[in-house]
Each structure stands twice: as structure tokens, then as C-alpha cells.
Design a protein around this ligand. Structure first.
Ligand code: HEM
Length: 500
């Protein structure tokens, strides 16, 4: 009997393998250009993800194969405007997110960002949107807290030993203080001046759980993670107890004051928390905390990383003339209220976001039921599709000539048409109904601190004797950060008589 079953089993396996093989060859993604191996296996993509190199890998595939590339069975990436519009803008907020976003639940509770379907998402977004409208961000109570912290940053830079500061640390502290001011002032952090708060920022920014979280996503049973743990192959799990506590304390204190009906300590009227605690919304304590926690993490890493790369870039000898031009604009426009209407400052920041989008990697979405044609390619329902900011900002060289060159001038109006083409492809904050909610806050934070720094100082790379820090991109779960997580700059005070 066993003699018969073994060949039968073998035959069944061979037939199944053949069916699968032919199925892959006849699949819709077989018609998309890309490495042949990726038609049959997701291993090459996963390998690069685990190495923190997904963005660059996909970018190189686009350079080799064109604007549509097959990444893995059932996964295709695009780098064209029609694809971006279809995936992220069709019917307002584009296609639904994939289950990858479940990794962003906080305290085990879903948040707006981690919600997959459009309807639940848009209900939550409607509640929160007014707190992030530009008109709201510019209100005095909200903005003054950020402005004060930008001043603190510039003072701290000037007072650092030998005027050398690790801006990776200081800018993430600044971003932490800025975002918590907006989320739940007066319970916000003071990491720029207080070591205990800086330690909370470090907990979030130095998290090293990429491989573990990817394993959890790909193997929800948890078995591979357990085996890798036993073998000592994985760094510790994401652990941010102090950050979680800061948020819970702010929520609990505010709720307690509200329940006692007296003027106890509570989140200021302009904050996100004051909106979330409105009883009419019926949110639970954990839902409020999860939303605040999510925005806090989003606000620290993204803003801190872009600013760090941008200040590093400006400090390279080749960019000193850009600093001089920026200084001239800031010197000639001393009114602090005008920070948002300075064309060169805007162009420098926009170029920073183009070259160093802190969420540079593809933002995965599912093709809806019935399948869709994306930029001329038909793909069936359930295919994972995406565009990545890093490539959208570089791929079409007629739109972004010399894409690897830092050139703020490209944003200063060669022609209205060219401006419009660049802006349509500008994807640092994503786009559509699921685009970045905090972008006005982020822009205000970044402009205010750049204004404070570059009207007072020239920055240069600090000569610390050792090997220069590696500033190349290290992909995390969705954002990317400078690999060495350190960036020492020297702040040389400008004098009024400085000529430029
Ligand atoms: C330079 C700074 C920032 C960049 C480059 C950035 C980028 C992005 C991107 C690309 C997305 C979409 C991600 C996706 O679809 O997977 C996003 C979403 C989001 N961002 Fe930002 N972000 C920044 C700062 C902030 C700040 C300061 C906050 C809030 C305090 C914030 C809050 C959010 C939220 C809540 C979402 C989710 C929106 C939704 O699901 O509807 N971001 N951000």
C-alpha cells in the first residue's frame, strides 16, 4: 500500500507545483516588468525589508525596469502620476490600506492611521481635522508654544560646548516638545531642557524593533519570532513605557478634571486632546490615548528626521552659499510673523522634503473588488499596489532634473507649468483623504526652527576627529532615519555686519 501512496503523493506534489508555476506565468503581474525571481517569490523583497533597505531596492528596480515594477507575487509598485492619482486619490481617498497598517495600533487599540476601510477612517478624520487645519495651527496659543521651543533650540545650540551640538538628538527633542504641545499642552514635554523628557524621546526614536515587527506581520502565529528569540537573533521588542505613560497621564488628568466638573488641570482648548475628550464623540480613554500616542510618534520621527537631514545637507561645504542666501532673506525680513511667507525658506524646506522624505517608502494599498487598470496595467482585486515618495521625487528627470542634487532653486518658479508638475508629484506627505493630517503643523515647526537657526548661525559639519556619521537612509517600519542616528554640527554665530 505504502509503495503506491508514495509515487501518488509525489505525483500530486509535481502536478500542484506545475499548476502553481503555470498560474504564476499566466498571472496579471507576470505582464509587469521585474526580476523573474520576484514573480515566484517574495523572498528578495523581504530580504531587503529585513535589511532596512526596501526603499532603495524598489528605487533601483524602477530605474532598471521602468515606472511599473513587479515586487513579489501579487505586489506591484508604480512611479508615475497617473498611478499615484488612481491609487491614492480616486474617489477622494484612493484604495483601502492593507493589513500592514495593523502594526500601527497603539495600546492594542485601532487608530485613525491604522484603520483600513474608508468609512471608519473618514468618520474619525472628520472629528480630528479641525485641530490640524492651517488656520488652527496658526492660532497664537498653538503657535507660540512651538515658537518658544524653536528659540530654546537656537539658544541651546549656541551654548553647547564648543558650539557643537548633536542635532539628531536636539531636533528629535524639539519635534517631541512641539508635537506634545499641540496634542496636550500643558502636559507637553520639555526634552530640549529636561534630561528625563529627553530619555522619553530616545525611547521612541532609538527603537530597534524593525525585524521583530516584520516577523509579527508576516507570521502572525508568532512561531518564527519565538524561534529567532530563542536563538538570540532578534533585538528586544518595541518598548516605550515612559512615552505611553506621558500620554496616559495627560488623558487621565484631563478626564478627571472634566468628571469633577471643576477647573482642575486639563488639556488646553487648542489641543487635540481637548477635542477628543468631547463627550459627544463618545471615545473611550484608550481610544483617546491611542490617537494621541499615534500622532506623537508620527510627529517625533518624521519632523526630526527631515530636519536632521536638511541641516546636515546645508552644512556641507557645497551648500554654504545656500545658507548665505537663506540668511540674507531672514536678515531682510526680521518680522517673526512673516515666517510663512519667505520664498527662499519655503524652497529650501521643500527641497529638503523632496530629497529626504522621512516616510520615503511605498505606502501599500489593495486593488478594490473587480480589479483596476492602473496607468495602463490591469491588476486583479487584492493585488498590493503602491508608490513611494523617494522615487516619485526623482524618477521623471524631465520634471526633476539632476534629481540627486540639492537645489532649492528648482522650487522658485522656472515656469508655472513646471511648478504644477513638480507639486503634483510631491508626495512627502502622501496625498488625498489619507494624506498626512499633521502637515501644516510639521511645516510650521520646521520653518520656525530653521528661521531661528539660520538667522543667527552658520552651520558646518563638526570636526570631531572620528569617522563622519553615516547619514544614509535606514528604513524602519514605515519611516526612514539617518543610519548612525547622530549628526554633530558646529553653530558659528552670524554677526550683523556679515556680508553675503
Ligand atoms: C515632516 C514631517 C511629516 C511627514 C514627512 C509626514 C508624512 C506622512 C505621510 C507620508 C503620511 C501617509 C502615510 C501612509 O499613508 O501610510 C502621513 C500620515 C499621517 N501623519 Fe504625517 N508626516 C509628518 C508629520 C506629522 C505630524 C507632525 C503629525 C501630527 C502631529 C502627523 C500626523 C499624521 C497622521 C495622523 C497621519 C494619518 C492620516 C490618516 O490616516 O488619515 N504627521 N504623514
Amino acid at each position: 500500500m505504502a509503495l503506491f501512496t508514495a509515487p501518488l503523493l509525489l505525483g500530486a506534489v509535481v502536478v500542484a507545483a506545475l499548476v502553481w508555476f503555470v498560474g504564476r506565468l499566466r498571472s496579471a503581474d507576470a505582464a509587469v516588468p521585474g526580476p523573474i525571481l520576484n514573480l515566484f517569490s517574495s523572498l528578495p523583497l523581504k530580504y531587503h525589508e529585513f535589511c532596512g533597505n526596501r526603499t532603495q531596492y524598489i528605487h533601483q528596480l524602477h530605474r532598471r525596469y521602468g515606472s511599473a515594477v513587479r515586487l513579489a507575487p501579487g505586489e506591484v509598485a508604480f512611479a508615475s502620476l497617473p498611478a499615484l492619482k488612481e491609487i491614492y486619490l480616486s474617489h477622494g481617498s484612493g484604495y483601502d490600506k492593507t493589513s500592514f497598517y495593523h502594526l500601527f495600533r497603539q495600546y492594542g487599540t485601532p487608530t485613525m492611521f491604522s484603520t483600513l476601510d474608508k468609512q471608519t477612517h473618514s468618520q474619525r478624520r472628520r472629528i480630528l481635522a479641525d485641530r490640524y487645519a492651517n488656520s488652527h495651527v496658526l492660532k497664537a496659543d498653538a503657535l507660540n508654544g512651538i515658537r518658544d521651543r524653536a528659540k530654546t533650540f537656537a539658544i541651546a545650540a549656541g551654548q553647547s560646548p564648543n558650539q557643537i551640538m548633536d542635532v539628531y538628538i536636539a531636533l528629535h527633542s524639539y519635534a517631541f516638545d512641539g508635537v506634545t504641545h499641540h496634542l496636550f499642552h500643558p502636559f507637553g514635554s520639555n526634552a530640549l531642557e529636561d534630561r528625563m523628557d529627553e530619555a522619553v524621546m530616545r525611547e521612541v526614536s532609538f527603537d530597534n524593533s524593525l525585524a521583530r515587527r516584520l516577523l509579527e506581520y508576516y507570521f502572525p502565529s508568532g512561531v518564527p519570532a519565538k524561534i529567532a528569540d530563542r536563538l538570540g537573533l532578534l533585538p528586544p521588542a518595541r518598548s516605550i513605557p515612559r512615552a505611553k505613560q506621558i500620554v496616559l497621564d495627560a488623558v487621565d488628568t484631563t478626564l478627571k478634571s472634566a468628571s469633577e466638573g471643576k477647573e482642575g488641570p486639563h488639556a488646553a482648548d487648542f489641543t487635540l486632546l481637548s477635542r477628543l475628550q468631547d463627550p459627544a464623540l463618545g471615545l473611550t480613554r484608550m481610544q483617546m490615548a491611542a490617537e494621541c500616542m499615534d500622532h506623537m510618534a508620527a510627529g517625533i520621527e518624521t519632523t526630526g528626521d527631515v530636519l536632521c537631514w536638511l541641516m546636515w545637507q546645508l552644512s556641507l561645504p557645497s551648500c554654504h552659499r545656500i545658507q548665505d542666501r537663506l540668511y540674507a532673506e531672514l536678515r531682510d525680513n526680521p518680522d517673526p510673523a512673516k515666517y510663512d511667507s519667505l520664498p527662499y525658506l519655503h524652497a529650501v524646506l521643500k527641497e529638503g522634503l523632496r530629497m529626504f522624505p522621512s516616510i520615503p517608502m511605498s505606502l501599500p494599498r489593495h486593488v478594490p473588488s473587480g480589479g483596476r487598470v492602473i496607468d495602463g496595467t490591469w491588476l486583479p482585486e487584492g493585488t498590493i499596489v503602491s508608490c513611494q515618495p523617494y522615487t516619485m521625487h526623482r524618477f521623471e528627470e524631465d520634471i526633476f532634473p539632476q534629481p540627486d542634487e540639492f537645489s532649492p532653486d528648482r522650487w522658485l518658479g522656472t515656469s508655472l507649468e513646471q511648478d504644477a508638475e513638480m507639486n503634483r508629484r510631491f508626495f512627502a506627505f502622501s496625498n488625498g483623504g489619507r494624506g498626512c493630517l499633521g502637515k501644516h503643523l510639521a511645516m510650521a515647526e520646521m520653518k520656525l526652527v530653521l528661521r531661528e537657526v539660520y538667522r543667527q548661525y552658520k552651520t558646518v559639519l563638526a570636526d570631531t576627529g572620528g569617522k563622519p556619521a553615516d547619514m544614509s537612509m535606514s528604513d524602519q517600519i514605515i519611516s526612514s532615519r539617518p543610519k548612525d542616528q547622530t549628526c554633530k554640527l558646529k553653530f558659528i554665530p552670524r554677526r550683523l555686519k556679515d556680508s553675503v
